[in-house]
Design a protein around this ligand. Structure first.
Ligand code: EPU
Length: 423
């Protein structure tokens, strides 16, 4: 036995009932490094218990911070003991967001040595815009042996013009700028909900971040940030994945604890397909009966259709009536799941960053392999809709971003389990 597990799904059960959304992955992985900017202990609530969060706990501890993490309750970080500035290869490779340690450590210590991040292999994913922002604030940056070294005698606020909209770049420079002298203005900033959430967390510690959620963010640096207790927002991509899974299984699911306004691009597409979507203040009910229509998808920065939902959505489109065209504009290699969907009976042609999906009556269970987190989510949706048994290998990818996903799906009636992979 290898110790690795596969996910086994017997498809065909319509999902039904109520399910609660966990805290956001991509907001948590920014908020946790941001605690290093604080000069007092902080308490973070509503964190999802996922691999990326556990990796960040190890990283903060390796830097000398005292971390009391009680999954499902809170994380208390005392950064006052953190005197480290290095994040080595093994820890940095555990997640993409390890690059936020560069911005956080620059802000805290004016010096960071962080190995190149890991994360999903969905494109080349350069970080030139992050470095450009740090340089604009007065930091020298260089790459040595796979490690980014950033150093600043002093950090001075400045204008930063991003060449493209980058979520990671916006967050990273925002972190360093909170402790710079003077005002930093980020132009062409990303507008994702987790950028606003991070700004709210920073402001709760006494930072001065204005304009988050627009493309112009102003940050007035502060020498001292005080402790705070903060709950992160619900996960927009988990919400979307559950909405898609409900539609894909012809189910009736009420998704609670979410923010419906964050989901407008997906809700609009599902409505266009003939799915019934009804919002309340903090829940979304998704119902589907009969067949659904094909639609075209083009991924865009927020508030456009999110690239993170392109993969699960493409699973749903495999059985839509008609032809759907999917264009992936954010990442170069985010179609690796398509070959696996084809193994399950889907009819898909991929040409560069466009996929043409001809709807088929149904998918069939097959052994498939997840190549990244959202590819795993796509295969999960496909497995739930397919006739027969689907085995998802490399299912650990799914654990990087979805908290307790099997028990949540089981509570909605899915037939899903993990089994050890035979050696
Ligand atoms: N880009 C550059 N240079 C840079 C930064 C980005 O060329 O310095 C390019 C990227 O290669 C990409 C595009 O700009 O083509 C957008 O990249 P962005 O920086 O916005 O993405 P990211 O920070 O690497 C985050 C999320 C992703 C999510 C994207 C887009 C985290 C840890 N990751 O990635 O989440 O897909 O924003 O919304 O927050 C996931 O959750 O599965 C995931 C991959």
């Amino acid at each position: 036995m290898s110790g690795k597990k596969k996910m086994v799904i017997v498809g065909g059960n319509p999902l039904s009932g109520e399910v609660h959304v966990s805290g956001g992955k991509n907001t948590s992985v920014a908020v946790i490094p941001a605690t290093l900017l604080c000069d007092e202990p902080c308490t973070i609530e509503n964190l999802p218990d996922i691999d990326d969060v556990r990796a960040l706990v190890d990283i903060l501890r390796s830097l000398g911070a005292t971390v009391d993490y009680e999954p499902g309750v809170h994380m208390v970080v005392d950064p006052t003991t953190a005197d480290g500035f290095q994040v080595g290869y093994r820890n940095a490779q555990r997640l993409r967001a390890s690059y936020y340690l560069i911005g956080a450590l620059l802000g805290r210590r004016r010096h960071a040595e962080v190995a190149f991040p890991g994360g999903c292999k969905i494109g080349t994913r350069p970080i030139d815009q992050h470095l450009k922002g740090f340089n604009a604030l007065g930091a020298m940056t260089e790459e040595r042996g796979g490690t980014i070294i950033a150093d600043a005698e002093e950090l001075l606020g400045n204008d930063v013009f991003f060449d493209m909209v980058t979520v990671g770049g916006t967050i990273n420079v925002m972190l360093a700028a909170c402790k710079a002298e003077g005002t930093t203005v980020l132009h062409n900033a990303a507008k994702e909900p987790h950028i606003v959430d991070l700004a709210n967390f920073l402001n709760s510690m006494g930072a001065n971040v204005r304009g988050a959620g627009t493309d112009l963010i102003r940050i007035k640096g502060k020498p001292y940030l005080h402790g705070s207790t903060y709950a992160v927002i619900p996960d927009q991509i988990e919400t979307g994945t559950l909405m898609i899974a409900a539609a894909a299984t012809h189910g009736d699911v009420n998704i609670t604890g979410c923010i419906p306004t964050h989901m407008e691009a997906l809700s609009a597409k599902l409505l266009e397909m003939g799915v019934r979507v009804t919002d309340s203040d903090d829940s979304i009910r998704v119902r589907m009966s009969g067949s659904h229509r094909a639609v075209n998808i083009k991924t865009q920065v927020y508030p456009g259709f999110p690239t993170d939902l392109q993969q699960p959505m493409s699973a749903l489109l495999t059985t839509a009536h008609g032809t759907s065209i999917i264009q992936e504009t954010i990442f170069e290699s985010r179609f690796k799941h398509m070959d696996e969907l084809i193994r399950m009976g889907a009819q898909i042609r991929v040409m560069d960053r466009t996929a043409i999906v001809e709807g088929v009556p149904s998918l069939y269970g097959a052994p498939v392999t997840a190549t990244d987190l959202r590819a795993g989510a796509a295969l999960l949706v496909a497995g739930l809709m397919a006739k027969g048994e689907t085995e998802i290998y490399e299912a650990e990818y799914i654990d990087r971003g979805y908290e307790h996903i099997e028990s949540k799906l089981r509570s909605l009636g899915a037939n899903i389990r993990r089994e050890l992979v035979e050696a």
